[in-house]
Design a protein around this ligand. Structure first.
Ligand code: NG1
Ligand code: ZN
Length: 501
């Protein structure tokens, strides 16, 4: 694989998921190398370690991708997304590096540190060499964690910047922090039963095996799709959420809790069998479960301000459920960085995308108020969630803990509300940039007239809701629709898709 860019190569853009594309068309080598340069320059600019993760998450095994992490584990700041794009597309790389060093006032004597991680894709190992080459070229060092989940990379990047010495940085830190928090919360419980985790044949199997061993006295974690099949193929959180069906290899039984993670273990969905039928508990439900717990425990008198951040893809029934309980909700644009940012406006911000990517953020004021008000149980929960980024395993433990704390079965959880029938479609058009949106992506402002036509279609069905937006990760326009019945929902989504096409 070449790590050099041929002049005139098609331009790429750093988007919601960093850079992503096929791993076999000769482009990913230079893209990852230059992302290594971006991560190193960002580290030099801040005087702190940054992170670089090589993964294409839930996408097929032939794809790959790369994403840069800020020192505390957040997504790259917007102006650096622009610099990443410029560095990656430059014909004259050295001139572009010099330009960034000048414009960002990076000291010529500075040295950066980049924490590097990769998923289990066959192309990822070679790409981590590409990243290292870029990091070295940008006068920096790399610390290669090898095969890790995306949230592990974020967490360890956070830890090193919070003072953990380099020589103490290892995955045991990650596993002990989360298992200890879980054991603390469940110290008075017996065995909590069985959870079967579909690992998507990805890196989740390594994390899953560790948690299964470390928590065997409390919960029986059984792993499926643990490396014997193709990554994300007919399995994993995206497959289960999109198809609303069980992954391959899962012979579902009543009375067992099931969940799926995606290829880099940052998304989680739960499901179970009820009267012989598959029932999905997605990211919206996880958010509602945690929010319900917080509201019950905090009660009316607490000064802790908490709320839930969703996107337009959240099922309307979940938003109505939260509003009926008097829980604040906010809707943001798609992409974790937008949700994360909005969650910071609360003392406790619960944010989840419907697809199962999310976490809970506790600010310093929340911690102080919780301490003052004596909420030790919620303080323990704050340690159980990976606050740097959505983490399938930390979220799974949080779900297990909250179900235990509420004394709820998975049936009780499922009974919170009934999802409105919904459908998500992809439409391929010549130029998806023609579709422009506003109002947290719920209103289309271009092409002219499209939104009016969409409104007329929505008005023809009961409880109708629909919106269109260009995907940030695929060359498609996404069409979402909800209605009172599955039939009306199909009718609406097809009619809207025809408007876009
Ligand atoms: P795009 O392709 O922009 O819709 C998808 C997901 C996002 C997010 C990103 C990043 C949907 C509808 N969209 O974004 O939620 O997870 O990928 O991976 O699921
Ligand atoms: Zn992912």
């Amino acid at each position: 694989m070449s790590f050099e860019r041929a002049p005139g190569t098609k331009q790429v853009k750093y988007g919601t998921a960093g850079f992503r594309g096929p791993a076999d068309d000769g482009q990913m080598g230079f893209i990852v190398k230059r992302s290594g340069i971006t991560a190193a320059l960002r580290s030099r600019k801040l005087g702190k370690a940054t992170g670089l993760m090589i993964t294409a998450s839930h996408n097929p095994v032939r794809d790959n991708g790369v994403k840069v992490t800020e020192p505390l584990g957040e997504m790259l700041v917007p102006n650096w997304e622009g610099l990443a794009t410029d560095l990656t597309n430059a014909d004259d790389l050295n001139a572009e590096i010099a330009k960034v060093i000048k414009s960002e006032e990076i000291s010529s004597s500075s040295e950066g540190l980049v924490i590097l991680g990769r998923d289990t894709r066959p192309s990822s190992a070679e790409l981590s060499f590409a990243a290292t080459e870029g990091i070295i070229q940008a006068q920096s060092r790399s610390l290669n964690l090898g095969v890790v989940t995306t949230p592990q990379l974020h967490y360890l990047t956070y830890k090193i910047n919070k003072g953990t010495p380099v020589f103490n940085l290892n995955l045991d830190l990650y596993y002990s922090d989360f298992t200890n928090a879980f054991l603390e919360i469940t110290k008075n419980s017996g065995n909590l039963g069985s959870v079967e985790v579909d690992c998507a044949n990805g890196v989740g199997l390594l994390a899953g095996a560790q948690f299964a061993k470390r928590l065997e006295s409390k919960v029986n974690i059984k792993l499926t799709n643990a490396g014997d099949g193709l990554l994300n193929h007919d399995c994993g959180a995206d497959f289960v959420k999109t198809g609303q069906r069980a992954p391959v290899g899962s012979e579902m039984k009543e009375g067992v809790r099931y969940c799926s993670v995606d290829g880099d273990a940052d998304r989680l969905v739960y499901y179970f069998l009820r009267a012989g039928k598959f029932f999905l508990l997605d990211g919206d439900r996880i958010a509602c479960l945690i929010a319900t717990y917080l509201q019950k425990r905090l009660g009316k008198d607490s000064s802790v301000n908490f709320g839930v951040v969703q996107t337009a893809y959240a099922n309307g029934a979940s938003t109505n459920y939260l509003s009926a309980l008097g829980i604040k909700t906010v809707c943001t644009k798609t992409g974790v960085k937008h949700l994360h940012h909005a969650a910071l406006d609360f003392d406790i911000g619960v944010y989840f995308e419907a697809n199962g990517h999310g976490t809970v953020l506790f600010n310093d004021s929340a911690i102080a108020k919780l301490e003052k008000e004596g909420h030790s149980e919620i303080l323990a929960l704050a340690k159980l969630v990976n606050q740097t980024v959505g983490d399938a395993f930390s979220d799974m433990l949080a779900v297990e803990a909250v179900l235990y704390l509420l004394n709820w079965s998975i049936e009780d959880w499922a009974a919170m509300y009934s999802d409105y029938p919904n459908r998500l479609m992809k439409v391929k058009i010549a130029n998806r940039a023609d579709i422009q949106v506003t109002n947290a992506e719920r209103t289309c402002i271009a092409p002219a007239g499209l939104q009016d036509k969409l409104n007329s279609l929505v008005a023809t069905v009961a409880n109708g809701r629909s919106f269109v937006r260009a995907s940030g990760t695929e060359d498609v326009v996404r069409v979402y629709a909800e209605a009172n019945t599955a039939e009306n929902c199909d009718k609406l989504s097809i009619a809207v898709a025809n408007l876009v096409f």
